[in-house]
Design a protein around this ligand. Structure first.
Ligand SMILES: [Zn+2]
Ligand SMILES: [Zn+2]
Length: 299
């Protein structure tokens, strides 16, 4: 099973990683929600591997990354399914339960597909970009969510991972997927403090690179691509630029994340100077070139 695949510009990486592991067939592919940083790379994975069933939180969505996912599946004769809450899937001798979305929370992050995988005595929770409202709807449903390993919601954002949620999941290991020097300053200190207070071992892709968590059904082991001297419980330093120094333009494009923003978006101030492209011109042309509007400033 593959859950999310990074951004469109990670398609080759998704392809190469499956190839390295010689995974030519996936029983399930899950796009937790249609944001590019989750669905984009899956079309690359589909160039290498065939899939049996494919899921997303929506079955129609107006974006190029979603269309690429749909078309890549169509070539394999597979159509996108929206999973039923409480759907149970088998995966070898592991069991996969779909915990959410339970209700339409009208915001794509909060409609993320949330999945719990259990294998023997071990359990894993994958939360997509779920924020507080989806967490509380899961808590309210009374489903079993206690898990050894938590893929922390929404890259460690301020508005995900409530203390009530952590109390219920009680993970011993947490993994945060976040880009090095990302525009949003993820992960946020509040979340890191909460994980530290609960004595949860933390791994971050911005510090550790690829993180592999393995289970034999009895115990869990973690290996990382690179060791780090940085304290994982310290948030990245926010370098905020004076907005009055931003040159006149229609949009500020991040050449690295391929997101574009209104010049006054909070994210622009945190963006590295050499990633910035001060763009004069048409919004639609940017979208057609594969750039994605920011979800905070909605340019
Ligand atoms: Zn998202
Ligand atoms: Zn995301």
């Amino acid at each position: 099973m593959m859950i999310d695949g990074g951004s469109s510009y990670d398609s080759d990486l998704a392809y190469a990683y499956l190839k390295k592991l010689e995974i030519t067939h996936l029983k399930y592919m899950v796009a937790t929600h249609p944001d590019d940083d989750h669905i984009g790379g899956l079309s690359g994975a589909l160039r290498y591997a065939s899939v049996e069933r494919a899921f997303c939180s929506v079955d129609t969505y107006d974006s190029i990354p979603f269309e690429n996912y749909r078309k890549a599946l169509e070539k394999q004769g597979v159509s996108i399914e929206i999973p039923d809450p409480d759907e149970h899937l088998t995966l070898g001798s592991a069991e996969v339960t779909v915990l959410a979305p339970l209700e339409d929370l009208e915001e794509i992050n909060n409609n993320s597909i949330v999945i719990r995988v259990t294998y023997g005595n071990n359990s894993f929770l994958f939360t997509g970009d779920a924020e507080f409202s989806e967490e509380s709807s899961i808590l309210g449903s009374g489903q079993e969510i206690k898990s050894d390993v938590l893929k922390v919601g929404h890259h460690g954002s301020e508005y995900s991972t409530s203390s009530t949620f952590i109390d219920a999941v009680k993970p011993s290991i947490a993994v945060i997927s976040c880009g090095k020097d990302n525009d949003y300053g993820f992960p946020k200190q509040r979340v890191l403090d909460l994980l530290a207070k609960n004595e949860i071992a933390l791994y971050r892709t911005d510090l550790h690179g690829d993180i592999i968590v393995s289970s034999d059904g009895e115990s869990i082991s973690v290996s990382v691509e690179k060791e780090t001297d940085n304290d994982p419980f310290t948030a990245p330093e926010e370098k905020i630029m004076d907005p009055s120094t931003i040159p006149d333009c229609d949009y500020v494009v991040n050449k690295s994340s391929r997101k574009f923003h209104k010049p006054d978006c909070e994210a622009v101030g945190k963006m590295k100077e050499n990633n910035r492209w001060y763009y004069q011109g048409d919004r639609q042309a940017l979208i057609e070139d594969g750039y994605e509007p920011c979800h905070m400033c909605n340019p």
